[in-house]
Each structure stands twice: as structure tokens, then as C-alpha cells.
Design a protein around this ligand. Structure first.
Ligand SMILES: [Fe+2]
Ligand SMILES: [Fe+2]
Length: 171
């Protein structure tokens, strides 16, 4: 995503801080075991979405709730299974997983209305209702860009930048 400028060190550190906090308080590391697109794990995908959503906010000069944007990005696919595994995934995964991710996230955290909007509506327009917040809109866009890059394996250069906000766990 060369049209998007890299994030400042402060923003990268903000993503890292939220991620590290979640290691101890959630099951987010399990997402390293589940593939999202191509060879990209769900964990890495969510981290990429957080990074790109902040890049988009920067590009559009939008003032956003950065903390909720990062948390929403990291939890937007917190459904905790591999959707390629036909035996263990629910039917209609594409439509149902935002609600499953939200239920899991709500078991773990008291979510802000912005975080709920992000998780619930990130699959728009596949799911009927659009996001109601700027942050929700940024995640729907960032999610689609990252999904495209990950599926087509276009993200090697970009992935290297995203890794910078994940100094502790590597990949
Ligand atoms: Fe999703
Ligand atoms: Fe996603």
C-alpha cells in the first residue's frame, strides 16, 4: 500500500501496547493457529488491519478514537476458529462471524460503542447494515484492502512495516 505513508513511531507503539496488553487478558494469541487468507494467520491479519486503518485515518486527515480503532481492529475477527476447517466452523461463516467475534470479545472486555460498531459491521456490504462510525468505516475499508493483499500475496513489503508494531511475538 505504497499510497499510504508509514505510521509514526508513536502510533506503532500504541498498536504494540494494545497487543501486548491483550496477550495477558485474552485468547488473541490463539489466532496465530488459524489461517485467514493465503498464508496469513488471523492474528497477523488483525494486526495488519490495525496498522492500515491508522494509515487510512492519517490519509483522510480524520480525527478518530485511536484506542478504540486499534482494539476494534485487533478484535474484529476474534471468532477463534479456522474458517477453512469445515468440521469446526459454523455454517454461513461470512455472515455470522462478526456476531461470534463480538460475543467472544464481550466475554473478555467491556467494549466501547465504537468497538462494537467496528466488530459488528466490518463485513459490510456482505452483511446488511453499514458501520455508523468513522472508525467502523475505516475498518471495513482496511479489512478489504488487507484481505486483497494477503490473498494475492502482495503484502510482503507492507507486512514488514506491520511487523514493526509486534516486537514481542515476531511473525
Ligand atoms: Fe471478518
Ligand atoms: Fe478481517
Amino acid at each position: 500500500m505504497t499510497l499510504l505513508l508509514p505510521l509514526s513511531i508513536r502510533k506503532v507503539r500504541n498498536i504494540a501496547a494494545v497487543l501486548v496488553g491483550m496477550y495477558a487478558t485474552s485468547r488473541i494469541l490463539e489466532n496465530k493457529n488459524y489461517i485467514q487468507h493465503g498464508t496469513t494467520s488471523t492474528y497477523t491479519h488483525c494486526r495488519n488491519v490495525a496498522y492500515v486503518s491508522l494509515q487510512l485515518a492519517q490519509k483522510f486527515h480524520w480525527k478518530v478514537d485511536e484506542h478504540s480503532l486499534i482494539r476494534g481492529a485487533l478484535l474484529h475477527d476474534y471468532y477463534l476458529y479456522d474458517w477453512h476447517d469445515r468440521q469446526n466452523r459454523p455454517r454461513l461463516h461470512g455472515f455470522r462471524h462478526p456476531a461470534l467475534a463480538l460475543a467472544n470479545a464481550e466475554k473478555t472486555y467491556a467494549l466501547t460503542p465504537v468497538e462494537i460498531d467496528i466488530i459488528k459491521h466490518h463485513m459490510f456490504p456482505l452483511t446488511f447494515f453499514p458501520p455508523r462510525t468513522k472508525e467502523g468505516f475505516l475498518i471495513t475499508l482496511s479489512d478489504k484492502l488487507c484481505s486483497l493483499y494477503e490473498t494475492l500475496k502482495l503484502n510482503e513489503h507492507h507486512a514488514a512495516k506491520c511487523r514493526s508494531c509486534d516486537f514481542k511475538s515476531g511473525n
